[in-house]
Every structure is written in structure tokens, then in C-alpha cells.
Design a protein around this ligand. Structure first.
Ligand code: HEM
Length: 240
């Protein structure tokens, strides 16, 4: 073995090393991958329909986002090992250590989220939930398309919350842009493809890493039904 950075090695040696990394290592389970891409698509739809006054579809995509974020929070507590907050949210020391080695190209890929990515994920999930909740309480100028919970606030409060809904959406979009830029940074600078594993669930491993623990899909289905019932209740303003 050599201690040279990966990109300084000869092409032949890099290929030899790449062949040594032949085992498929499972890093993301199906629920995490499905929730990620639902979230990415639904946020795109919600943003487009909001900007183009297609408010009926804006509401539907908002409910999809609410269900997905609730499910991601639930899966962060009871899901597979790499999905659990207790496994990827790390303390300040681990974050500083990780950040100080960010410029190095020879660091091995993380098993699940890295210490910095974990912060971005918590911020993104928190912002998405904030924007959805603000939207639910928002009051439209003419009252035709107000949020499902807007009857619990006054007209002035609802208008103020509608402004905050817009403002926090802008913040969320910047964080998402940063998230996508980080994925490109890993691909171009560190030569680590993070998108492939978010699609297939696997990345190449050297055979020595511990396998992730996969939670049963039935647990996801039970949570999914409860979350759907909650979103349905919210969409009716809790009036039955
Ligand atoms: C609205 C847009 C998006 C949102 C809200 C979003 C949000 C998230 C969240 C919350 C995670 C954590 C996954 C989890 O543990 O559940 C994540 C991870 C990830 N996202 Fe996105 N994402 C968005 C768009 C994208 C796009 C367009 C790409 C591809 C270019 C992408 C690539 C990834 C990758 C590769 C990971 C895994 C990172 C890692 O290996 O730690 N995301 N994203």
C-alpha cells in the first residue's frame, strides 16, 4: 500500500485499487431513497405551482412534502441504521475534524452521512417542515386559497405568516442549492459519486466494512398509514 493521495497514483495502480473495491456495500435502504426523491420532486412541483399560481396543485404537493418529512423524522428514530439520527448526527469535535480534512482527496467515503452533510440534512428537514407549517396557516389576499389551518389565525396574522412562508422558502432554496453544490464538489474534487448510492442504495466497498442494519418495511408501512391519516386530518383543518 502507498500513502500517496489517490489522484497522484498512476492510472494502472488506481485501476488495481478500484478492482480491490469490488464488494457492493449497502448504504441506503429503499425508504430513504424513495423519500429523498419524492422530496426533491415534490419541492420542485410545489415551488413551480406556487410561482405560477396553480394553488390547487401547490396544496397537493405540500401535503406530499408534509407526509414525506414526517416519515423521514419517524425513520430517523426507528429506521435502518444509516437513516437514524443517533447514528449520523455528530458532536462539534467530529464535525471540526471532518471539516478540516475536507480539502483532502484521499479520505475514504463515509458509511452513510458524513459529519458535515448531517448538519445540512437536519437544517433542510427543519426548513422544509417550517415552510410547510407556515403555508398551512397562510391566508391568501382574497381568501380563495388559504392554508388548511388558516381558520385558526386572524387575517393579519395569516398574511404575516404568508410572507414568512415566502421568506423561509427563499432560505430553503439557498440551502438546497448548497446541498446540490456539495454533491458536485464530492463528484468533481473528491471523485466520490454520492448520487449513484442514493439511486441504487449501494456503493463499492472493500469487504471490510460493517453491513448496515435494515429495518423491516412493515414498520415503514405502519408509520406511513399513521402519517397519511395525520396529513389527511391537517388537510381538513382538523374539522371532521
Ligand atoms: C428539493 C431538493 C432536495 C432536497 C430537499 C434534498 C434533501 C436531502 C436530504 C434531506 C438528504 C438526506 C437523505 C436522508 O437521510 O434521508 C439528502 C441526501 C442526498 N441528496 Fe438530496 N435533496 C434534494 C435534491 C437533491 C438532488 C437534485 C440531488 C442530486 C444532484 C441530491 C443528491 C443527494 C445525495 C447524493 C444525498 C446523499 C448524501 C450523502 O451521501 O450523505 N439531492 N438530500
Amino acid at each position: 500500500m502507498t500513502s500517496k493521495p489517490f489522484h497522484d497514483l498512476s492510472k494502472a495502480y488506481r485501476m488495481e485499487l478500484a478492482h480491490a473495491y469490488t464488494t457492493d456495500l449497502k448504504v441506503w435502504d429503499l425508504p430513504v431513497r424513495i423519500m429523498h426523491w419524492i422530496l426533491a420532486i415534490a419541492i420542485g412541483v410545489c415551488w413551480w405551482t406556487g410561482a405560477n399560481h396553480q394553488l390547487e396543485y401547490h396544496f397537493y404537493s405540500g401535503y406530499v412534502i408534509l407526509w414525506t418529512v414526517l416519515m423521514r423524522l419517524y425513520w430517523g428514530l426507528v429506521g435502518s441504521s444509516t437513516a437514524r439520527f443517533s447514528n449520523f448526527v455528530r458532536g462539534p469535535k467530529a464535525i471540526v475534524n471532518y471539516a478540516s480534512a475536507l480539502h483532502r482527496r484521499d479520505t475514504p467515503p463515509s458509511h452513510g452521512h458524513n459529519a458535515l452533510g448531517a448538519i445540512a440534512i437536519i437544517i433542510m428537514l427543519g426548513l422544509v417542515l417550517t415552510v410547510v407549517i407556515l403555508g398551512l396557516f397562510s391566508v391568501d389576499v382574497d381568501g380563495f386559497y388559504s392554508g388548511a389551518l388558516s381558520s385558526y389565525v386572524t387575517f393579519e396574522q395569516g398574511r404575516h405568516l404568508a410572507h414568512l412562508h415566502q421568506k423561509w422558502l427563499d432560505v430553503l432554496l439557498w440551502v438546497i442549492a448548497l446541498h446540490i453544490a456539495a454533491v458536485f464538489f464530492y463528484f468533481i474534487y473528491k471523485q466520490q459519486n454520492l448520487v449513484g448510492p442514493m439511486l441504487s442504495g449501494k456503493r463499492p466497498g472493500d469487504g471490510g466494512e460493517a453491513e448496515m442494519k435494515i429495518a423491516p418495511l412493515s414498520r415503514f408501512a405502519i408509520g406511513g398509514v399513521i402519517a397519511a391519516a395525520l396529513v389527511w386530518a391537517v388537510s381538513n383543518g382538523f374539522y371532521f
